[in-house]
Write a protein of this length. Structure first.
Length: 299
């Protein structure tokens, strides 16, 4: 703390102590403070009644009520300060308070502006990219100097569809939170389809059906998109082809097909694969889906 500020507050404390040591002055200030508080309360009640009759618009009433409350509280505090300390000291205290508030506001604004330049010129993310921050998933629809907006995706929905809600976040959040980004280097992510078959099912046949559907989807949909958007990845297409895995649990045999998909087409791609695979599995007599049995014991 600078020396002049420290000296000012020490002098202010000495002034208050000298006031407390003078009984008459002290009692007069206490009485005057009580009067000011009563007047402030009376003024607040009066303004509250006036705002209650200001119209039928509920939002406007709330705004007027809050403005009246803040005005009365501010005037009361300033008046009490004038009673207990010298006028010049009150002005200095108010100036210091305004300065502190301004520093915090400017600091937040500065961080947001710096965040904007980091996002824009370091290609952190762009409009159209999908990001996840603190469990919030959304597509970037706007970036300005202080904040960016996301069109929320998923959040309880079983698909990757948007919820219709727009979430506004400050640019400075990129310095404080980890961000997962999709669509920056490429637009493809891995999704999977899972089926659980009974143990006596012909799971080898089901595997062939799923792999054929996955390969067909890759050749007809994914490969053309790779050639258009990122030709470099075409040379690595063997690593991007659908992957099949098998496992077991208490219910039966678990078959999983992992496949590459453009993050904007996750729901449509899954629906397309389901429409191809499900009829084949259902129609074959040697394939049965596992059924979880629920037994109820009666005493």
């Amino acid at each position: 703390m600078p020396d002049f500020v420290k000296e000012y507050f020490l002098g202010l404390v000495d002034s208050l102590q000298s006031t407390l040591k003078t009984p008459d002055a002290y009692l007069n200030k206490v009485a005057l403070t009580a009067v000011i508080l009563v007047l402030g309360l009376f003024l607040y009640v009066l303004l509250k009644k006036i705002t209650a009759r200001s119209g039928k618009n509920f939002t406007k009433k709330i705004q007027l009520h809050n403005a009246a409350k803040q005005t009365v509280v501010t005037l009361t505090i300033v008046t009490v300060l004038f009673i207990w300390v010298q006028a010049i000291n009150v002005l200095i205290l108010i100036a210091l308070l305004v300065g502190v508030i301004a520093v915090f506001m400017v600091r937040g604004l500065t961080n947001n502006i710096i965040g904007y330049f980091v996002i824009k010129y370091r290609k952190y993310f762009e409009i159209g990219h999908r990001v996840e921050i603190n469990g919030i998933i959304g597509d970037v629809i706007e970036i300005n100097t202080t904040s960016f907006k996301l069109l929320e995706v998923r959040n309880g929905l079983s698909s990757d569809s948007n919820t219709g809600r727009i979430i506004k976040l400050p640019n400075s959040i990129i310095f404080n939170e980890s961000i997962e980004m999709v669509g920056v280097a490429n637009t493809f992510v891995w999704h999977e389809i899972k089926y659980v078959l009974s143990f006596d099912s012909d799971w080898q046949l089901a595997e062939r059906m799923m792999c054929e559907a996955g390969e067909s989807y890759f050749n007809e949909t994914v490969l053309p998109q790779l050639k258009q958007t990122n030709s470099r990845l075409v040379n690595e297409q063997e690593e991007m082809r659908p992957v099949f895995s098998i496992d077991t649990n208490d219910a039966g045999v678990v078959l999983v097909l992992r496949y590459l998909v453009d993050y904007k087409q996750g729901t449509s791609a899954k629906t397309k694969l389901q429409r191809t695979i499900l009829p084949q599995l259902i129609d074959h007599p040697n394939i049965e889906f596992a059924v979880v049995e629920v037994k109820v014991f009666r005493g």
